[in-house]
Design a protein around this ligand. Structure first.
Ligand SMILES: [Mg+2]
Ligand SMILES: [Zn+2]
Length: 369
């Protein structure tokens, strides 16, 4: 019974996430970025769980977006109107609960400011009244709405709305969208774009084991001799190095993740000796038959890198280097250039942007990007 409930909740949440309107999301991000640039205030408000989301949103904009390395960094002026309990209860008690946000806005708001109202029903009277005041002052209004949007949907300038009539699902969606927005803003504002080479491992860094065999221990791992100079040359050209490797042998129980980590630790020792820094190693431990999203040709490991690495990937100048059509397909699906090392000619006639017959040639290829 519990399991079925959990399953249906997660199913509802997943399909609700698919309703995210990317066009509206982008517009809202641009409104917030413009507010920061023009020194405008951003007011965030909601009731109940949405009040908590308003506080959380103001926290993430106010703190989570700052680049502390830059002392001149222009900050967001974000305020949640849900946090002054004295003022809220005074307004609610003496006037009406419907006025708790509108009256605060009258105190603080200037033309060109932004008001974000969060309402699962889209019909909370105090939110509608706040939007009304905002419009009169000449502020930009944004709704995070549920239940199809309610009355608020027709009033606001921009909105992210879900159809779910479940309060939990609607509020989850608003929370997730808040994190998406603040993380994108953080990246846009202070993370330098970085060129990345996604390196396949077997057949690029180390000799490819024979068909259907795996590198299960350090003794099986034989570096391809030219890889050291090649990686050093790429580093000199300001590329960051990330390894993305399918390791189906784990799924087949031929070796375990600890053994793989040991091999990678030994591999890394050799790189460190030569001043070669690998940013991160991603591996897929699954069987091809598992249908995961990380085993190449799926681009899951590259997307994880995009989420986790502390810089924005320069998509125009980054590429994947591999010796298999699967590497090429993963790179294409992610949207970067693809370089195929045609080690023994078997992978010929495919869609790779560039083909090389020796690994050091990759250094000449990148000048043609
Ligand atoms: Mg390979
Ligand atoms: Zn996988």
């Amino acid at each position: 019974m519990i399991q079925r409930y959990v399953f249906s909740y997660i199913m509802d949440l997943k399909s609700t996430l698919d309703e995210l309107d990317y066009t509206q999301l982008e517009k809202i991000i641009n409104v917030l970025l413009a507010a920061r640039k023009n020194d405008k205030q951003i007011f965030i408000l909601g009731n109940g769980g949405s009040a908590a989301t308003a506080s959380h949103f103001a926290c993430d904009l106010g703190k989570g977006t700052i680049d502390y390395a830059n002392s001149d960094f222009r900050r967001f002026r974000a305020i949640s109107l849900t946090d002054n309990l004295a003022l809220i209860t005074a307004l609610g008690n003496d006037l009406s609960y419907n006025h708790i946000f509108a009256e605060q806005l009258k105190n603080l708001m200037n033309p060109g400011d932004v008001v974000i109202g969060i309402s699962a029903s889209g019909n909370s009277p105090n939110i509608l009244e706040a939007f009304d005041v905002a419009k009169k002052v000449g502020a930009i209004t944004i709704g995070f709405l549920g239940f199809g949007g309610g009355k608020a949907r027709d009033i606001v300038d921009y909105h992210l709305t879900v159809s779910s009539r479940n309060y939990g699902i609607s509020e989850d969606f608003h929370m997730i969208v808040e994190h998406i927005i603040t993380q994108i803003i953080r990246r846009v504002l202070h993370e330098k774009k970085q060129k990345v080479v996604f390196l396949d491992r077997d057949g690029i860094i180390n000799e490819k084991p024979p068909e259907h065999q795996y590198v299960t221990q350090w003794e099986d791992f034989k570096f391809i001799p030219e890889i050291f100079d090649t990686l050093s040359a790429l580093l000199k050209k300001d590329y960051k190095l990330v390894i993305v490797t399918n390791q189906q042998g784990i799924g087949k129980k031929l070796f375990n993740e600890q053994q793989l980590h040991d091999i990678h630790a030994r591999m890394n020792e050799e790189f460190v000796k030569r001043d070669i820094k690998i940013e991160k190693i991603y591996y897929c431990p699954h069987l091809e038959s598992d249908g995961c999203n990380c085993r190449k040709p799926q681009p899951g490991m590259l997307y994880r890198a995009q989420n986790e690495l502390p810089f924005i990937i320069d998509m125009d100048n980054s590429f994947i280097l591999g010796d298999s059509i699967r590497d090429v397909q993963a790179g294409k699906a992610f949207g970067i250039k693809t370089v195929l090392f045609n080690s023994n000619g078997y992978a010929k006639n495919n869609d790779a942007d560039y083909q090389i017959n020796s690994i050091p040639d990759v250094v000449n290829i990148i000048d043609k990007f």
